[in-house]
Design a protein around this ligand. Sequence first.
Ligand code: ADP
Length: 629
Amino acid sequence: MLGESEQRFRAIFDEAGTGISLVDLQRAGTPIQTNRALQTMLGRSQEELGFFETYDELTASDDRETDAATFRELCEGKRDSLRQEKHFTLRDGSSVWANVIFTLLRDAAGLPRFVIAIHEDITERKRAVERLQAKQELLDLAQKSARAIAFDWYVQQGVNVWSAEQEALYGLQPGSFDGTYQGWKRLIYAPDWHVLLKAIKHAQETGEVAVEFRVQWPDGSLHWLATNGRMFFDERGRPFRMVGFTTDVTPRKLAEEELRRSEAFLAEAQRLSSIGSFSWRVATDEIKWSEHLYRIYELEAGTPLTLELVRTRVHPEDLTLYEKMVGQARTGADDFEWQYRLLMPDGTIKYLHAVAHATRDRDGGLEYIAAVQDVTERRLSEEALGNLRSELAHVSRVATLGALTASIAHEVNQPLSGIVTNASTCMRMLNADPPNLDGARETARRTIRDGHRASDVITRLRALFGKQDVVTEPVDLNEAAREVIALSLSELQRGGVILRTELAEDLPRVTGDRVQLQQVVLNLLRNASDAMSVVEDRPRQLTIRTERDDEGVRLTVQDAGVGFDPRAANRLFEAFYTTKDDGMGIGLSVSRSIIESHHGRLRATPNDGPGATFSFSLPCGNELNTKVQ
Ligand code: ADP
């Protein structure tokens, strides 16, 4: 029969909300009594919980031995109480944590008699702490990976304590920040202060903080910080606390700045070089243009682009070409290059040169990246240069004319005085009594002959100095040379030149423009004569020779003049290269282009002795076998 106090104990024991077990150290078999709360906590019945073995089973294997050892110490009376945090694994695999306080009860003789164990279920608390730890861990990780430093600013307290990391963001030594608002303000790069004020105002309205600003470190360097956070308000709506993260974003900002600069630089380079660029994704017809390309097409920057819109600017005569190019580009995947014209709304024409490179976009689709250059100016100046060249050729002929006036006068004068003499002889013969008709007839015939001679000379001159289109005909180089010699003879003689002609007998004809070729010969003769004008110590010998050679026929003009420096051989042919006071430096450059347009070659070689040799070779093509009559 249980005593009253024992019954009361039993009742409290059973009904208690905490799990309690009572170990009777002198009882064999099932020494442990448990209450309902403990049975529920551990998911076992009293029968099962009566044995130590069951607790061993429930205890995580890692803890089993140490737990048992300390419990033994208690049972042996070496200590009076013990606290253990026990982790039980239940049948369904779930975990229960209990904070267990063991207390030893002794009998009257002071020997260990009972152990009472109170189990406080701390599973929930444990879980909450675990969750919190995980969160903290995550937060730490987030901070570390973003290099973000947390801040917690009690707005109304005035003074704040900063972490060493936070101080480092501002370039400060740990513990050196005074924590005041004014102190903080002094750290901000002054021109950015208004940005922060705006952000704080915004935070007061919305509770959101997001701002990037610069701080000036004590060493003077500027650093970009980015802050993201939240503002909290008190019950009267006043901000009282701001929390968030601050990150040093200097490298990103610098990279952005660099990018902006290089983009600006590229745009400027495109503007300067008149090169625009575009990309075209063939599958989606997505087209992107650089700023300068918009300028070339005279479209407002940012106008959405379609192939159709681009097409409206293409010159009508180039449309077929344009469509062909687009079609080919769509099917092929090759780099391409093309020239086309644009017709602007105001009627002006632009010449464009595009070079496109085929590549693959991120999705593997065909994409062209192209550079487009506005070559209008170049085209126009090339045209102008072409015109200038033909003008110059003309001018140089006219210039030659001046120098030849004397010989022309001589050439024309001769037949003219012949005509006058013959005509007066004829008159005299007719006036005689009786009239000498045979003599008159003969002198009239001579008059006619001289008239023809004069008109021939005029015709030749007109052909030589008039600006005429190129005519291609079989040309007898010997004959052409003879005519030029005839025209220049008196001038050569005046210059004291001794002329030797070695014209090959069996020279085939060449095909070309007779007048142009004569222009070359005339120019070579004049140069040779000029080169010898200062020569006093030797004969001013000039040889003009024609012959056959491997390339066809060759004409050579050799002089005994001042010669030239072999290193300057190529410069002689440059336009405007001259060593003469009154020279134009055009003769040889025009001569070379004439000979080259006849598929021939004009060269200059210094002589072994004094003077220079200029010669040109021309192919005779079909005329190769045609002998000069
Ligand atoms: P220009 O006669 O007006 O100077 P050219 O083009 O005919 O123009 O000749 C260019 C230059 O080549 C001459 O100024 C001269 O220096 C050099 N040159 C041409 N022919 C001869 C030559 N036969 N001997 C030496 N130098 C010559």
